[in-house]
Design a protein around this ligand. Structure first.
Ligand code: ADP
Ligand code: MG
Ligand code: ZN
Length: 485
């Protein structure tokens, strides 16, 4: 029997406020344990929460960017459960009346675009962190760090519209791109700023009803998400195929072992005994506030990608890569303003520039990165044929290292392309003399040796021969002699 996977994601995203959602404590990551706490986020009796206005603005902006309808009234509730890192014994969250409903994100996998519906976006507070010191058995003690208790979160719940692990990872990465783009989240998954729970079930192909799901908690990388879901699909398929049944449960992903394992049986919503939070009035967001936030939003990744295709005539692929971050998209546009050759600029930004950034593990904000107009000057040299695309990388590395301009480096190092016929022919003749066998093979009809000979000519010129010219002249030299002989 063939099965199909059904997947829905719950993404938790920290909001980049300076202070916590219900108190004035700092949200900064990495401070000594319990140094950013007060009676409110410690859950001391009698302490009262006050809602952070900036957190609401960020949550509204995120909801709009995710295509949701922001509700004029939403309500905070208490979600009751006992956990050491939840000092109040309940988490303040939104339940029956969340902040926003009915959004969507479009994802493209293998050229196929799918709409993933978003059920809801709601606001809540994060819990603290249990710190298990010294490994499983060492000290037999755990500590609680409550610095994270009360950090503002939004939870983004998707419809069960996802059908594969790859699609889930792509959806998660689109949401990551959108939230970081609009500046409400720092995208730092290692620090837990963005986490994801994956709900996975399988059903026989053609069946309408969903199967029983398992929920894999707190996955914090795109790759792990994909692997965890793949593992779950395989596990459930094997189970059902051998006559077993999937039980509804919460599972954890073990990255080292490459598998998920059962943590606890799934609690139902009624176990939480949600009830309205009496200490917070309903959250009222009027249309004026929502519209003001909507109009101050930057152009979103999807819109900008479309514009890059329309305005610059870029291929879909280039437009997708260049709009992976707002920073990269803006840099690219500045390069274009300085030298209007969109595809040549795109080649240089996606190719050599990204390579150097990756090799050095730096971002565009690094001081060594050439300014956009300096990069444009490099494109211009490639575009004019002064230097080849392959030399451009070397020039760029020197621009990073010395801060000098492309033209100056090309002149000082004699990197200009050899466009002079006589000089290229001289190199070709030398190569032909050194590779008499290959020449003979070519002339005997084995034309595949042509590529090898071109390679030798480029090498002989230290990469500086104009490739088009080298090709044409080599062909002439090889074919011309044959017709004479
Ligand atoms: P909770 O997990 O907190 O009980 P929900 O019932 O709202 O919350 O569902 C959470 C997520 O599970 C949603 O993203 C939803 O799309 C997804 N989901 C629901 N049913 C299934 C299913 N049978 N298979 C896979 N995902 C599902
Ligand atoms: Mg859930
Ligand atoms: Zn506090």
């Amino acid at each position: 029997m063939d099965f199909e996977a059904v997947i829905g994601l719950e993404i938790h995203a920290h909001l980049l406020t300076r202070t916590k959602i219900f108190c004035g404590c700092s949200t900064a990551f990495g401070a000594p344990p319990n140094s950013q706490v007060c009676p409110v986020c410690l859950g001391l009796p009698g302490a009262l929460p006050v809602l952070n206005r900036q957190a609401v603005d960020f949550a509204i902006t995120a909801s709009l960017a995710l295509g949701c309808e922001v509700q004029h009234t939403s309500v905070f509730a208490r979600k009751n459960y006992f956990y050491p890192d939840l000092p109040k014994g309940y988490q303040i969250s939104q339940f029956e009346q969340p902040l926003a409903l009915r959004g969507a994100v479009h994802v493209t996998v293998d050229g196929q675009t799918t709409r993933i519906g978003i059920t809801r976006v709601h606001m809540e507070e994060d819990a603290g962190k249990s710190v298990h010191a010294g490994g499983s058995d060492a000290g037999k003690s755990s500590g609680i760090d409550l610095n994270r208790s009360g950090v503002p979160l939004i939870e983004i719940v998707s419809e069960p519209d996802i059908r594969s692990a790859a699609e889930a990872a792509e959806y998660f990465s689109r949401v990551h791109a959108i939230l970081t783009w609009i500046g409400v989240n720092d995208g730092n998954m290692e620090e837990g700023s963005l986490r994801c729970d994956a709900n996975v079930s399988i059903r026989p192909v053609g069946q309408q009803a969903f199967g029983t799901r398992s929920e894999v908690k707190n996955v914090n990388s795109f790759r792990y998400l994909e692997k965890a879901i793949e593992y779950e699909i395989e596990r459930q398929t094997a189970l059902v195929s051998s006559g077993g049944r999937v039980v509804q449960e919460t599972r954890l992903w073990d990255a080292a072992a490459g598998r998920t394992f059962s943590m606890r049986s799934k609690e139902e919503a009624h176990d939480y005994r949600y009830f309205p939070e009496p200490d917070l009035p309903p959250l009222v967001c009027d249309e004026a506030r929502i519209e003001a936030l909507r109009s101050s939003m930057p152009e979103l990744p999807d819109a900008r990608r479309q514009r890059f295709i329309r305005e610059y005539g870029l291929p879909e692929y280039d437009a997708g890569v260049l709009t992976q971050s707002a920073e990269l998209a803006e840099y690219y546009e500045r390069v274009n303003q300085a030298f209007a050759s969109p595809k040549a600029n795109s080649n240089l930004v996606m190719g050599p520039l990204q390579q150097v950034l990756n090799e050095r593990g730096i971002g565009l904000a690094d001081a060594s990165v050439p300014a956009a107009d300096a990069l444009a000057a490099l494109t211009a040299l490639v575009d004019k044929g002064t230097i080849s695309h392959s030399i451009a990388k070397d020039v760029l590395v020197k621009m990073f290292d010395t801060g000098r301009g492309a033209q100056a480096i090309v002149e000082a190092e004699g990197l200009a392309q050899i466009g002079d016929e006589g000089a290229v022919v001289a190199i070709i003749r030398a190569v032909m003399a050194d590779n008499a066998d290959a020449v003979a093979q070519y002339r005997a009809g084995k034309t595949t040796t042509f590529g090898f000979l071109v390679g030798q000519v480029m090498k002989g010129s230290k990469g500086k021969a104009n490739p088009k010219l080298a090709n044409a002249l080599l062909k002439r030299e090889l074919d011309g002699e044959t017709s004479q002989g």
